[in-house]
Design a protein around this ligand. Sequence first.
Ligand SMILES: Cc1cc2nc3c(=O)[nH]c(=O)nc-3n(C[C@H](O)[C@H](O)[C@H](O)COP(=O)(O)OP(=O)(O)OC[C@H]3O[C@@H](n4cnc5c(N)ncnc54)[C@H](O)[C@@H]3O)c2cc1C
Length: 385
Amino acid sequence: MWYMNEERQLMQNIAKEFVENEVKPVALEIDKKDEFPLKLFKRAGELGFLGVTFPEEFGGLGGDNTTLALIIEELSKSSPVLAVAIGAHSLLAGGMLNMLGSPEQKEKYLKPAATGEIILACGSTESAGGSNHIEHNTKAVLDGDEWVINGGKVLISNIHYANAYVVLAVTDDKVDPVTREGMSAFIIDADTPGFEVSKPEVKLGWHGSSTGTISFKNCRIPKENLLGPLNGALRAMFVSVRDEFLSCGPMGLGMAEAAYEMALNYSLEREQQGQNMYDRLQVTRHKLVKMFTEIQTLRALVYSSYALKDQGHLALAEGRMLKVKGAEVSEYVAREAIQIFGGVGTIVDTGVERFWRDAKVLAIGGASVEALNEQIGYMIRNKMV
Ligand SMILES: Cc1cc2nc3c(=O)[nH]c(=O)nc-3n(C[C@H](O)[C@H](O)[C@H](O)COP(=O)(O)OP(=O)(O)OC[C@H]3O[C@@H](n4cnc5c(N)ncnc54)[C@H](O)[C@@H]3O)c2cc1C
């Protein structure tokens, strides 16, 4: 492949070996038990997967973005939810810390996060709506040397397992609808008095991602836990979430490849009237051809977008396009894979239907594809693409 080099190949081989020996044997059980993949997450830290692009001085590998994409693709072929947990930790919360953190904050939080010593989560969404920041109510008020936080966030990943949360709160009268000024980011340790975590929700997919509500009741944190510019968190987040959006490309790609491989093998093995399904039924063959074509199209978009990012481009629109396309292709391929399996495709133990459930959630978790298309539309209108 044009995007491979020796270093990337090495990391991809490590990821493949990890998946084959440690992830595959437990991936279906994690989905069935809805259990956070803690052991795999810690192993991912030991292998360097949690801090691929973090600077070496803060425990990262100082690697490039394409290497990260290759790792996410491999993990997602077997356990998409492991990739989700890493996304919330390394890309959402870790990304904000890496971009906005002071050297002291990076030393305290980014460094142990890079190795998996601590787990991070990121809280932005409120019940008013994920992208409706104008009506978000969580407020932070400065009182002497402390920020006092009140309010709550919903649908937050990695709850209960996270040691620290990067949280957005209103720090002005309200968020300005035009400039988006008025919201700031804070680092909150999970054991801070006044900070509470709900029971995880039971969800359609992403089983094991431990998603739920966090709330703040007069939660006092030190003044120095403000992360980045006062009132400027939304502008910063517009850039930092790009990396999480980008990662939905290789995540969707890995899921689609896994579902396709399972369906292809099944069609070659399943015999009816003395012939396998692939050779007997043109409709099955054509389904697989279309699935394969969609996968190769997504692969081209994923690695050309990551190449752009590695060349120093901001890739704001590309990030959003990868999230949309990654969700669409994986949902389509997984849906068709279930169809090729027929009745057994609907049985959880077959292991194919979970890719469809996870792909459906990918179109919403982190940001809905419709909200992202609106942002891409804005960028097209303003010649930012
Ligand atoms: C499993 C899971 C994990 C998550 N993890 C996290 C996390 O770790 N941290 C975090 O902060 N959030 C997290 N989220 C929240 C996620 O970001 C939001 O669910 C998402 O942004 C959509 O917001 P909403 O659910 O409030 O839907 P709403 O805002 O109520 O939107 C409902 C629908 O309306 C449409 N819509 C809404 N706004 C727009 C718009 N601006 N333009 C066009 N159409 C629009 C879309 O079709 C959307 O699906 C997670 C969500 C899920 C499901």
